[in-house]
Design a protein around this ligand. Structure first.
Ligand code: FAD
Length: 491
């Protein structure tokens, strides 16, 4: 068997590099002219691309959300639903989403499309760092999120339009240490009471027979989806819910970067913050930073390893050399999660599936594309590793030296622990101060946002609605306490 074209067992090295103190600068804005992604640049896929980029600006809002990825739009969706359910606003609350580039053109529009909850992965590491209860919650958050999204898509009858595929996911274990770690995590999760009955461990021979790759593996339930189409659907549902209940109105301004946030000092003003944009200011009472990799641009205290580190990921869309029947509809991941791939459903006239494959960053070790913020280019070393990967893993199922049909990059927001920051913005130097009153964040999903963002946005939307209505917010059982900004001040 040919050697894999990527270094193996280097996750710990990446984590050490990530945690290393650096004198980093805040993240820049998203660059103009990002690489073209399959999800965004397939004709007709992004009807909201330029929505609200011209014409009058919504200059006054109750809630301003910065970022139109899955976090920002999920927050708008949940805000609309929470306000409709409570129904007690004297007039509809105005919610505005501000996006620096086209709609959903950040990580969400450029990702791998996997919507899969962790079943037991990293259970021991998480328990060691934060305790067993938190490790149980980390798994609960992901299972809940995937099930909420899947139910929502099914209830609205959109499985086909959003390409929701329940293909499961096979996690290939390339090395013996990975096999040992997977079994440790599985047993620890099981002993803690997590339901792992849906997990199958497969021998090398079973994987060879079913999928044509000669490595042991474990298989879990999982989905893939067209992320941009899901986010567009969430936006439309949120807007309609607010309008039908007359409790909120949702507005979107793409190509409208927020360059600064200034406190409104006029005591007679009903609003607290002025969001500065090249098109004029927007006054708002509440602000949500859903800016993920770019969060530290507006919140410089979140720069560097104690905050959110931008990391560039890369994807190719490559045509398999065999049919869907031979390839199966399963998604895969391997090499400690560095690589991930799945076959797209066939379009009319196609015989062999287009496979979306991400990863290859470890080919750049020791830098791993950390602190790289330019998604208008790709890394040729990463691209080279990606081109060679599938023909080696699945001999005979992919042509050697075949050029991908598309290749793109996107910027992820990594945190040291892998956990996002969720909750009110707190001045780390003076946690009691009200310097950021009304500002919240849900960001830092560390390349694993599809099974977490929707629920984290719900938690932050609940916090804002509770504050607006003068009520206490109670933390949902499924949210790891370590995600909360108030528990992250020492990082
Ligand atoms: C290559 C790649 C592959 C991935 N694969 C997967 C996967 O298969 N499964 C999975 O679960 N996760 C995956 N992820 C991670 C996942 O995509 C993210 O965790 C998730 O999309 C984060 O969503 P978000 O809304 O928080 O951030 P984003 O989608 O990045 O949205 C943030 C938005 O904020 C905007 N913005 C930033 N600053 C400003 C400003 N000042 N003013 C206005 N707008 C601003 C940005 O333009 C952007 O649109 C991948 C990510 C990448 C990049």
């Amino acid at each position: 068997m040919a050697a894999l074209p990527v270094p193996l067992n280097v996750h710990a090295q990446q984590q050490a590099t990530l945690a290393r103190p650096v004198d980093s600068v805040p993240a820049p804005f998203p660059v103009p002219n990002p690489t073209k992604s399959f999800w965004i640049d397939t004709p007709g896929a992004n009807p909201l691309a330029k929505e609200g980029s011209q014409g009058p600006l919504t200059a006054d809002a109750d809630i301003a959300i910065i970022g139109s990825g899955i976090s920002g739009v999920s927050a708008a969706y949940h805000l609309s639903h929470l306000l409709a359910e409570s129904g007690n606003t004297s007039k509809p609350l105005k919610i505005v989403i501000l996006e620096a580039r086209d709609f959903c053109s950040g990580a969400t529009g450029r990702n791998g499309g996997h919507l899969t909850a962790a079943a037991f992965e990293e259970f021991t590491a998480y328990s060691t760092s934060f305790g067993t209860d938190e490790a149980i919650r980390a798994i609960a958050l992901e299972k809940r999120t995937v099930s909420e999204i899947v139910n929502l898509v099914k209830q609205t009858g959109n499985e086909a339009t959003l390409d929701l595929i329940p293909g499961g996911r096979v996690n290939l274990l390339f090395t013996e240490p990975e096999v040992v770690q997977a079994k440790l995590d599985f047993e620890a999760a099981k002993a803690a009471g997590i339901d792992v009955s849906h997990v199958d461990f497969l021998t090398k021979e079973q994987v060879e027979k079913e999928y044509g790759a000669s490595y042991p593996a474990f298989r879990t339930p999982g989905y893939n989806i067209w992320p941009l189409k899901l986010v567009t659907h969430l936006y439309n549902l949120g807007k309609t819910t607010g309008e039908n209940s007359s409790t909120s109105s949702l507005h979107l301004h793409t190509n409208t970067p927020v360059t600064a946030i200034a406190a409104i000092s006029d005591a007679t003003s009903a609003r607290r913050w002025n969001l500065i944009t090249p098109r004029g200011p927007i006054a708002a009472s509440y602000v949500l930073h859903a800016t993920n990799a770019y969060a530290s641009h507006l919140l410089p205290h979140l720069r560097g390893p104690s905050g959110i580190v931008p990391v560039r990921g890369q994807i190719i869309a490559t045509r398999a050399a065999v049919s869907e029947q031979i390839l199966t509809r399963s998604a895969f991941t391997g090499n400690e999660g560095f690589e991930y791939w799945f076959p797209r459903p066939l379009e009319p006239g196609q015989t062999n599936p287009l496979v979306i494959l991400g990863g290859g960053r470890e080919a750049t070790k020791p830098t791993f594309e950390l602190y790289v913020t330019d998604d208008s280019t790709v890394n040729s070393a990463v691209g080279d590793a990606l081109r060679k990967f599938l023909p080696v893993v699945f001999p005979g199922k992919y042509e050697d030296n075949k050029e991908p049909e598309m290749e793109w990059s996107g910027i992820m927001g990594f945190t040291k622990t892998g956990d996002p920051f969720v909750g009110p913005i707190i001045d780390r130097a003076n946690p009691e101060s009200t310097a950021y009153a009304g500002q919240y964040i849900s960001a830092g999903f560390t390349g694993h946002g599809m099974p977490r963002t929707f629920s984290c946005a719900e938690a932050v939307a609940q916090m804002m609605v509770a504050d607006i209505q003068g009520k206490e917010w109670s933390i949902p059982e499924w949210l790891p306490r370590h995600h909360l900004t108030e528990n992250r001040l020492g990082e």
